[in-house]
Design a protein around this ligand. Structure first.
Ligand code: CAA
Ligand code: NAP
Length: 248
């Protein structure tokens, strides 16, 4: 068994897959969370495809918006691997609408999956990290949590909240060898962005100085950097990866 164990929520998604691969490249044993209403067929297919390309990952069910489901997920990982050294809170969704049209469910679902999830999972791994004197927690936020975005009051609030969580927890565990950081990608070429109308997306791309979407691998690279033992003095930071779209 490899020395370090990482759990990546939403690991079978676009950015998640790249994160899993970059961690694997650093000799870390990676477990990917999935949900899909408990249907494991997509995750098993993903696992098989990754294996054919030389990446060996475990997959585990967990609905990150539900505390008890996360408890079962963490228990299963601990039973099998004994510990979690690296946690990447990556699972997320969008349900875009202007506030005047936004339904209560669109608000609460986005807050539950993007923000409550960070509590639901992290609260259950933090004890072990503190006991062992080592941990890396990386929260995947968004440029839109930093600058706000038309049509995303729900998502922008949730993603901004993630970094508040990061800064508070970073202070609580800095002396215990545990770092907590946020990564805030700009627009990345995944299914989440492909869901947008082409007209809206094209307009957004014109506002990106780099002139293109990010590749998922460009996010995975930074996550693996933050996860490394050598990054132990970086904590409470929010690393923007947005091609220059938002500088502050
Ligand atoms: N700024 C100002 N006004 C805007 C605008 C903008 N960016 N976009 C639309 N409007 C205006 C329209 O011109 C229109 O004006 P009039 O009423 O005067 O004609 C009005 O707003 C339309 O308002 P509606 O409530 O009817 O909006 P809609 O239902 O047509 O569209 C929306 C709403 C689907 C949310 C659309 O605005 C949209 O797709 N916005 C982009 C959201 C976005 O960036 N999502 C990112 C998803 S990926 C992701 O989130 C990953 C990540 O982290 C980066
Ligand atoms: P994606 O391909 O749609 O992946 C989203 C992942 O989240 C999926 O693997 C999905 O797993 C998981 N997920 C959704 N709801 C879940 C739940 N209730 N429980 C457990 N897992 C759940 O999107 P992505 O672009 O890779 O996004 C990954 C993260 O990056 C998100 O947090 C997103 O907000 C953030 N982000 C994305 C962009 C971008 O432009 N793409 C930019 C900035 C930040 P299942 O399919 O198994 O449910």
């Amino acid at each position: 068994m490899k020395a370090q164990i990482a759990l990546v929520t939403g690991g079978t998604g676009g950015i998640g897959t790249a994160i899993c691969r970059h961690l694997h490249d650093k000799e870390i044993r990676v477990i990917s969370g999935y949900s899909r209403g408990g249907d494991n067929s997509y995750a098993l297919k993903w696992q098989d495809e990754q294996q054919k390309e030389g990446y060996q990952f475990d997959v585990i069910y967990g609905n990150v918006s539900n505390f008890d489901s996360c408890a079962a997920m963490i228990d299963e990982v601990i039973t099998k691997y004994g510990k979690i050294d690296i946690l990447v809170n990556n699972a997320g969704i969008t349900q875009d609408a202007t506030l005047k049209k936004m339904l209560p469910d669109q608000w609460s679902e986005v807050l539950r999956v993007n923000l409550d999830s960070v509590f639901n999972v992290t609260q259950q791994v933090i004890h072990g990290m503190i006991e062992r004197g080592f941990g890396r927690i990386i929260n995947i936020s968004s440029i839109n949590g930093q600058k706000g975005q038309f049509g995303q009051t729900n998502y922008s609030a949730a993603k901004a909240g993630m970094h508040g969580f990061t800064k508070a927890l970073a202070q609580e565990v800095a002396s215990k060898g545990v770092t907590v950081n946020t990564v805030s990608p700009g627009y990345v070429a995944t299914d989440m962005v492909k869901k947008m109308s082409a007209a809206v997306l094209d307009k957004i791309i014109t506002q990106i100085p780099a002139g293109r979407l990010a590749e998922p691998s460009e996010i995975g690279h930074v996550v693996a950097f933050l996860a490394s033992e050598a990054s132990g003095y970086i904590t409470g930071a929010n690393i923007a990866i947005n091609g220059g779209q938002h500088m502050y």
